[in-house]
Design a protein around this ligand. Structure first.
Ligand code: TXA
Ligand code: MG
Length: 350
């Protein structure tokens, strides 16, 4: 398949009518279009067209039982996709849409089972990225879009990542620069009692509990040793895995640095440290030190994590040593991704 790359800017989206028409026409006839959202790039197709959605699973190499998120531009599109909009969902929509919050509802008959992995629920989100919004508003269809990576790889935060994974497998890649959040949306299930976060993201447990204090979190998302089946199908799969063996170190920061330095001695020439700005100069024996950003600005850390995991692959790093973060606020979301990247290898209590 020939893949067209179309560059769009968030500032000038409205002026790019010809390109927008190409994009929306491709979606309408069942094609695959990668587009930026504020979180990560999404691999989009018409969410009401079974065959188009099958194309998504094929291009990504994604297991069929892992459901997709439907993306909409306007609240008026919600009603026909869901059975009901519970009060708590209404409050969350008011506060966080458009934005990086996905909400799980009971699905209507209009939503194909192929989209929901056979589940009776459907995940819906309204992105705030202006390019995504313009495409969704012009096409007037719910667009199914998982992260635009090959299944198992880190989610793409820039076009180069998408090209690496999906060139030749999709019709169009919309290049909209680096995404601003860098990790995927928070997934909140409002069909359960209490409502549960199934995947933590930029919108944190603390943010959601301000809307309703009963909102809770599925602990399998942050407990590497918990073998309970996660409530979100996507959370049970190997994810974000770099090719090298990654391990995460948690505890007093000085002890973390000392422990990583000790381990570095036995893997010279093939290691990398995922450090923070505060500690990056303390790894004397490291072949490669990658700076996630400052501990004072965890949003920056979240935004660089997937980029740096991909750099480890590019540099053929065999051992990755990652500093851990406290399980609160966005730190919890970063740890959810890191623990998956580390396939549960974590050293705690340092
Ligand atoms: O930020 C994002 O959410 C990005 C951008 C492109 O919007 N999309 C994204 O999609 O991360 P994906 O498919 O990579 O992740 C969706 C997650 C998966 O873990 C999936 O299992 C879960 O949401 N999910 C979707 N529908 C669900 C449902 N009905 N019940 C439980 N979990 C669901
Ligand atoms: Mg994904």
């Amino acid at each position: 398949m020939k893949t067209n790359i179309i560059k769009l800017s968030e500032k000038e989206t409205s002026k790019d009518d010809k390109n927008l028409e190409k994009i929306t026409n491709t979606l309408k006839i069942g094609g695959l279009v990668v587009f930026p959202t504020e979180t990560v790039y999404g691999l989009g197709a018409n969410g009401l067209d079974k065959n188009a959605c099958e194309g998504i699973f094929k291009a990504k190499g994604r297991p069929n039982d892992n459901p997709l998120i439907l993306h909409i531009a306007h609240i008026s599109q919600l009603d026909e996709l869901v059975k009901e909009v519970p009060k708590i969902a209404q409050k969350c929509i008011k506060k966080f849409w458009p934005g990086p919050l996905t909400i799980i509802f009971k699905k209507s008959d209009l939503v194909p089972k192929e989209v929901t992995g056979g589940l009776e629920t459907v995940a819906i989100r309204m992105p705030s990225n202006k390019i995504a919004h313009k495409i969704l508003a012009d096409v007037i269809l719910p667009i199914a879009a998982p992260s635009a990576n090959i299944s198992g790889r880190p989610s793409p935060t820039k076009t180069e990542h998408v090209i690496e994974d999906l060139m030749g497998k999709v019709d169009i890649i919309v290049d909209g620069g680096h995404t601003v959040v860098g990790i995927e949306s928070t997934v909140l299930d409002v069909t359960s009692d209490p409502p549960m976060i199934l995947r933590p993201g930029k919108i944190t447990l603390e943010d959601l509990q301000k809307v309703d204090k009963n909102i809770s979190i599925d602990h399998t998302t942050i407990d590497a040793k918990d073998k309970t089946v996660p409530k979100s199908p996507g959370q049970k799969y190997k994810h974000y895995a770099p090719k090298g063996m990654a391990t995460c170190f948690v505890g007093d920061l000085n002890n973390v640095v000392a422990e990583i330095n000790k381990r570095l001695e036995s893997c010279k020439g093939k290691s990398a440290v995922l450090a923070t700005s505060e500690t990056k100069d303390n790894y004397i024996g490291a072949d490669l030190v990658l700076d996630l950003g400052s501990r004072e600005n965890l949003e920056e850390v979240a935004n660089s994590l997937f980029d740096l995991l991909r750099i480890c692959d590019e540099k053929k790093v065999e051992y990755i040593f990652a500093e851990g973060f406290e399980l609160k606020g966005i730190g919890l979301s970063i740890m959810n991704r890191l623990l998956k990247a580390c396939a549960g290898r974590i050293v705690i209590g340092l």
